[in-house]
Design a protein around this ligand. Sequence first.
Ligand code: SF4
Length: 313
Amino acid sequence: MNKTVNVLSVSGGKDSAAMWIYATKELGVEVLPVFADTGHEHQLTYEYLNYLEQQLGPIKRVKADFTKRIAKRRQYVQEHWPEKLVSSGMSESNAREVVQRALAVLHPTGIPFLDLCLWKGRFPSTKARFCTQFLKVEVIQEQVYEPLLIEGCDIISWQGVRAEESLARANLPEREDGEGFSVYRPLISWTAEEVFEMHRRHRIEPNPLYKLGMGRVGCMPCINCNKGELFEIARRFPKEIARVAEWEQLVGMAAKRGAATFFFSPDGAGSWSNIHGVVEWSKTTHGGRQLDLVKAIEFEDVPACSSAYGLCE
Ligand code: SF4
């Protein structure tokens, strides 16, 4: 009989942590926790993963490598961009400059999220959400599932999604067959309160970011981040905003049009020039036309502890 391996995706967020606690402490199931590192997480999440390892056991950490894809992109830029740029109306000398500018930054940095964007010449967006596929799904498939399948194991993929998170998730079944493995979603009918209760019952802390006003934990920021979350990130973690601003410069150099922004404007008008512009928008009200004075004061006056889930005493 084939050995069954319960692969549990750990993100550093509350749901996957609760699922791991539930599997280990309440069901007594042996699991293989896997973390796909995007290189775009908050330092507190990396520290929290170390804490979870001390409490629950080792995590297999994997990350995507874009070295070969970036090398191919360099070759493509060298061979095809000059002609394409000139045929679009650019002068030959300007085309040479654009090519040199892109080649200057088309080198792998070892930071998966940044390397993905350099390779693509753009950031992912809510409409072109390729980050999950390349940074998580593909890398777990290649580095975890495929070796297990070669060994002849049966895989059950434990996914910590909940119906109340979104309409799409509300329609997911608790169990289904995937490609070469089966899927189990033990938390599908759980509430956020039950997730935190699972932590409390076994005296395991949730990620400290929840007490710092974050509604979700993942990339910092995530492309799906809303106005309120961005406001909270910007006032608490200006270093993350500065890092994204640096990435916008680099990815912009790798882009044919010479610019790239982390967020796209919701009306598609391209009115935000960069992350700093979007942060200024997060302080506004009335569709971004007026500066909200209360929010402007709150931006400077950051409380030590606040939680969207009522975790603060
Ligand atoms: S957390 Fe957000 S930005 Fe990060 S991979 Fe997932 S969707 Fe993309």
